[in-house]
Design a protein around this ligand. Structure first.
Ligand code: 5RP
Length: 225
């Protein structure tokens, strides 16, 4: 199986996971990226079984609307049973690095609201220690150099992602060479830097379920609470 087939398989597994729970009033949180796109395309086949979706990016909102799925403002949503999204890296504790697609802040907000965060990823994303994938950090533009200096002190090598402006009008620093042995502690430290909007570490709010695509099939990992 190639990587796209693995992404397709985990997207289908997410559909199978949520389908029995969908009701006409259900709103689903939907993530961003190529794996999430497979999910959106499959979700469209069931669009009459639920009320609509909350999107974690403008790109996802556009794709949902193109399929005829109604997109809701998170502020008008009382309850979000599921959030389904991909990841750039995941570990066995279902802690993640996200933000390769620059949508990390909205992704983290939707994940915070959702009762169950289902991460869908192919096996190439699974690591024993997070940090090989450069950690995205969304920063208020005027704080970029200051935050970069502070991230250097935390042991990383921040690189400005040129030409990218997030949906929130901010910039991204990708922090290279982090060997993240304490994801929760690092997330707290980065959150504490003035000018940081959000880091792509999802450790304080990890996934609840990881559907991992392997050549032997889709593995389901559930986080112990
Ligand atoms: C976007 C993300 C994506 O979930 C992450 O980059 C994975 O993308 P893909 O499914 O294309 O590999 O965090 O901000």
């Amino acid at each position: 199986m190639n990587q796209d087939q693995l992404k397709q398989a985990v997207a289908q597994a997410a559909i199978d996971y949520i389908l029995p729970h969908l009701e006409p009033r259900s709103i689903i949180g939907v993530g961003t990226g190529s794996t999430a796109n497979f999910f959106i395309d499959l979700l469209a086949q069931h669009k009459y079984d639920f009320a609509g979706a909350v999107a974690s990016s403008e790109a996802t909102a556009e794709r949902l609307k193109n399929h005829g799925i109604s997109v809701h403002d998170l502020n008008s949503v009382q309850e979000l049973e599921f959030y389904v999204d991909g990841a750039d890296e995941c570990n066995k504790h279902l802690e993640l690095i996200k933000g390769g697609g620059a949508a990390l802040t909205r992704e983290k907000i939707v994940a915070a609201v959702a009762k169950t965060f289902i991460c869908i990823a192919d096996v190439s994303k699974k690591v024993s220690v997070l940090g090989e994938f450069p950690l995205p950090v969304e920063v208020i533009p005027m704080a970029r150099s200051y935050v970069a200096r502070e991230l250097l002190k935390l042991g990383g090598d921040p690189v400005y992602r040129t030409g990218v402006v997030t949906d929130n009008g901010n910039v991204i620093l990708d922090v290279h060479n982090m060997h993240i042995t304490d994801p929760r502690g690092l997330e707290e430290k980065i959150n504490g830097l003035v000018g940081v909007v959000c880091s792509g570490l999802f450790a304080l709010r990890p996934a609840d379920v990881l559907l991992l695509g392997t050549s032997a099939g889709v593995e389901t990992l559930v986080r112990e609470k």
